[in-house]
Design a protein around this ligand. Structure first.
Ligand code: KG4
Ligand code: ZN
Length: 343
């Protein structure tokens, strides 16, 4: 007898950047295990992710992480009904490790393979966090590699409202932190420092703020902060890092919040969800919540562990994609520049 869809066990694998992760989900939203092995301490001494080292560590970690995941979930490989894996965007060598593992498992088990877009995975983390969430809603995706506003019209229907023309929000956080001598990843450090600083101390620019423009640009802001730091150093002034962090973070947040609520309004949505690693930013979350209350919009964001890279979100996306026939064949390849497009 065929299993009911709520009973389907999905094994999911994520290895797009510096986290090796495997998860087992029952149905679309029940996490049986979500094991994440982070490489952050390894890359920290280089000030950022070193792609070649990341690939090698994924190779070492992938099978132990999958084993631990199955053990934690209390299931065996033969119980798995389908295998979901991130195939892009991300670092090509890193992605290939997960994709190869997933293809081998799907082939040897004779079970379907589902190639998942990492960015869609970040959005779907919200279904895990909020069991009653249903489309349509607006999603603000802010990660180390991407910044985008996506109108989620159905489980398999997305409209891209706008994305960044240059740097992603997380990338800007990481670069500014690096210049200030803070360790990788800089986002959480800036977040913590900003709490001690004055967000109005320095007037950093906010780009593309015209009404109806949903594109983002953070490279001008990044240059403005770097110029400010250099000129302070040249004048022999001691840097007020907390004020710089708070003022920079304010500029990023105001742009994100302004555009997100405009998009919610334009699309006629009543719910806004936050996704991606930068969703862990306490200042962003607080401002979005405040604005949502003012505007009567439901605002959701996942727990920290589901905000940053993890395989559970990939399993959730894979499950809903498969319900619509979104399977892959065994020729699935890594696509480092995969984008999130309208479907
Ligand atoms: O989604 P993610 O884990 O990886 C990508 O898919 O890119 O996001 C990582 C990014 C990094 O740039 C990191 O600095 C940023 O998320 N991040 C934060 C915070 N925590 C993580 N940025 C700002 N504030 C935070 N609390
Ligand atoms: Zn990510």
């Amino acid at each position: 007898m065929e299993k009911k869809k709520e009973e389907l066990l999905t094994l999911a694998i994520e290895s797009s950047c510096d986290e090796t992760s495997a998860a087992v989900l029952r149905g679309g939203r029940e996490i049986l295990a979500n094991i994440i092995s982070t490489q952050i301490p390894i890359h920290q001494k280089f000030g950022g992710v070193v792609p070649e080292i990341a690939s090698r560590k994924h190779i070492v970690n992938i099978m132990p992480v999958i084993d631990e995941c199955l053990r934690t979930a209390g299931v065996e490989l033969k119980d798995i009904d389908q295998v979901a894996v991130t195939y892009g965007p991300g670092l090509v060598g890193a992605l290939l490790v997960g994709v190869s593992a997933a293809k081998s498992l799907a082939f040897s088990l004779g079970k379907p393979l589902i190639g998942v877009n990492h960015l869609e995975g970040h959005i779907f983390a919200n279904f895990l966090a909020a069991p009653d969430l249903e489309p349509p809603f607006m999603a603000l995706v802010v990660s180390g590699g991407h910044t985008a506003l996506v109108d989620v019209q159905g489980y398999n229907r997305f409209r891209m409202m706008g994305q960044t023309r240059d740097d992603a929000a997380g990338e800007a956080f990481d670069k500014i932190a690096r210049v200030m001598g803070l360790p990788y990843p800089g986002g959480p450090r800036i977040d913590a420092l900003a709490k001690e600083g004055n967000p109005l101390a320095i007037d950093f620019p906010q780009a593309l703020t015209e009404k109806g423009n949903y594109e983002f640009s953070f490279s001008g802001l990044k240059s403005a902060v770097l110029n400010y730091i250099n000129s302070e150093k040249m004048k022999g002034h001691e840097l007020n890092k907390a004020d710089i962090a708070a003022s920079f973070q304010r500029s990023v947040i105001e742009v994100l919040v302004g555009k997100a609520f405009q998009a919610v309004k334009e699309a006629g949505r009543d719910t806004l969800v936050l996704a991606g690693g930068v969703a862990a930013n306490s200042g962003l979350e607080a401002r979005l919540r405040e604005e949502a209350e003012k505007q009567g919009v439901r605002f959701l964001y996942p727990d920290k562990i589901l905000c940053t890279d993890n395989a559970a979100m990939i399993g959730c996306r894979g499950y809903y994609q498969a319900l619509d026939g979104g399977y892959s064949d065994l020729y699935l390849n890594a696509v480092p520049g995969l984008s999130l497009t309208d479907k």
